[in-house]
Design a binder for this molecule. Structure first.
Ligand code: PGA
Length: 251
């Protein structure tokens, strides 16, 4: 039985003070010793330190939204996996569609970032997903297959990787993939991971769904056999909504 994992991706939202308030509310609402599913919070880099201190001693994991593939050097505006690790993150999100769309992230740079993150002992949430045009032209599986094969080239440590399936057309748009649409792609991803890494990985890899998950649709999505939790954007900015989603993953 795979333990579900729900992560709040706060994206470029909240000052440090606002992040501390939101994290405090989430921890308070979850209650001490919460263990229904794995939970993570991904504030901006600026707030990692303050939120990390709050999470100490709680079950909630600190997650970074990205990391660079060099340890240090002349990369203005970037933060390295080494720094992410040193500040107390256990997971890092890599290859989010917004990184691919607005910041030139490719499967090749995703691969470099994953390798570096793993070498620093971080666990990785690898995001994949098709655009609306790709879905409509029938190439969803081809796109996702390349994102996974190229993103994971040369990587053997699949146990430290969670996949997040996030159809680009469902992110922040209020349009959610139906539970059966999502399940179909999740099964495709699981089968591909099985082909690449063997039977235990087929059974054990966790695949989150992301894209307009809300308290009202979370339970139906999480009830699907191959959906192992969610990567939550908009709804994670409200503590009550986020905790309701965590609870839907904890039944
Ligand atoms: P959303 O974002 O929940 O706002 O659609 C999900 C994500 O991008 O991780």
């Amino acid at each position: 039985m795979r333990k579900k994992i729900v992560v709040g991706n706060w994206k470029m939202n909240n000052t440090v003070a606002e992040s501390v308030t939101l994290a405090t509310d989430v921890i308070g609402a979850l209650g001490e010793g919460f263990s229904g599913c794995d939970v993570g919070l991904a504030p901006t880099y600026l707030a990692l330190d303050a939120v990390g201190q709050l999470l100490e001693g709680s079950e909630v994991q600190l997650v970074a939204q990205n990391c660079h593939y060099e340890n240090d050097g002349a990369f203005t505006g970037e933060v390295s996996a080494r720094m992410i690790n040193a500040i107390g993150c256990s997971y890092v999100i890599i290859g989010h569609s917004e990184r691919r769309q607005y910041f030139g992230e490719t499967n090749a740079t995703v691969n470099l970032r994953i390798k570096k993150a793993l070498s620093e002992g971080l666990k990785v949430i690898l995001c994949v997903g098709e655009t609306l045009a790709e879905r409509e032209s029938g190439v969803t599986e081809t796109v996702i297959s390349s994102q996974i094969r190229e993103g994971l080239t040369g990587i053997s440590h699949i146990g430290a990787i969670v996949i997040a399936y996030e159809p680009v057309w469902a992110i922040g748009t209020g349009k959610t993939a139906s539970s059966s649409q999502a399940e179909e792609v999740h099964l495709f991803i699981r089968t591909l991971i099985g082909e690449l890494y063997g039977e235990p990985a087929f059974r054990l890899v966790r695949i989150q769904y992301g894209g307009s998950v809300k308290p009202s649709n979370a339970a139906e999505l999480f009830a699907m056999p191959n959906i192992d939790g969610g990567l939550i954007g908009g709804a994670s900015l409200n503590a009550d909504d986020f905790v309701a989603i965590v609870q839907a993953a904890s039944v």
